[in-house]
Write a protein that binds this ligand. Sequence first.
Ligand code: HEC
Length: 395
Amino acid sequence: MPGLNNLFRLARNTTIAAVLGYGGSAGAAELSVCVDKSSPTAEMDAALAGAVAKQEGKAVKIHYFDGDDDDGFDGFAKLAHQCTLVMGFPVAADEPVTPEGLLATAPYGHTGFVLVTPAGSSATTLDQLPKGATVAVGYQTTPNLYFPKYPSLHADVHVKESDALASLDAHKVQAAMLWRPTVASYSAIHHARFDLHDLDSTTARYDFVALYDKSNAAAAQDFDKAVVTLAHSGALTKVTSPYLDQDAAKSEPKGQKLAEATPAKEAAPAAAKPAPAADAASAPPALFTTAQAEGGKQKYADNCAICHGPTLAGRAGPALKGPTFASPTAGFTVSDIFIILSQNMPATNPGSLEPDEYVQIMAFLLQQNGFPAGDKPLTFDDANTSKVPLIYHGN
Ligand code: HEC
């Protein structure tokens, strides 16, 4: 998606937890880290923190919190005051956004959403799945956004990603699109084997970082240095395999081959790309009226700005303006975005606005991304079906 960051983060961000009352700041010879025990990477994050502390000659203190408890967006800020580093935060590789007020270390690994098929299956891309195939996905995760491009595929949506994988494991569906760490942890617990294939979208790729408050900048720098050392010695791969990409070769030979054969930039299948680069240069069409965009501005401020920022620059949610959001390479259309915002937004109360309010907000987003206003109002049906490429035309 144009910076369609990830519905995974939606789950993460909206549900970050209060930390149990341990408080107290870390001593000099101690690396204190927060680890989300509900994340499939919890073990990896704790192990990495241990390896880094050892490298630094420090003791490690791990504070587990439950990211599934609902503590809204303040959760991270609170966490960052309880420990030096909050481990295991995924940021979209094409549009890194961290919770407001917090900084991120250099990425210590890459991972993302993958196409999961039964071991030995011949299909390695969505195109190769049989017509009418059913694909399991997690509720409100990024891969939901890929279905509009593949009308012959059916989505089987599960609240928990692990249930989506269980559905594949039980041969109820032909494939799944899931967060790689979820597959790794499920496979370890259930001794299951699947083939994993990188999805052909830059929006499926994530960097793993640790978050910190600026008062802990020095410790974060030490962390970065230690990670580099661990990477050189091979210790990093040991800790992060098989959750992160680097070691994909061992557990998923096919996925790895595919990943090497299709660099991210050329990855999107030609048939699924409505936005040839030439369109980016040509003048955008007038799709809405000034009155609609004006109305949308207020509706946006009331319902969306809290997460996407008053200037659409992003906050807890991704930016909704600019070349990363409305990127020609991502190849998304007005309807792709409209479907997300009218069905999944506001994240806390999806679908709660009137159809016309969504249309106005869409007009406002288009205007903000450099589309001109015209005489003809945008209708709900137009917005829902428009194949006009959503490309940033501003400067
Ligand atoms: C409670 C926070 C929250 C609110 C309120 C909210 N969003 Fe979002 N939104 C998110 C998060 C988090 C994501 C990223 C998750 C994802 O991509 O799955 C997102 C993703 C999106 C996307 C996909 C963009 C992209 O490139 O990833 C669009 C479009 C969007 N929101 C529009 C809206 C609109 C319009 C409103 C108001 C009607 C709104 N959102 C309200 C949190 C919110």
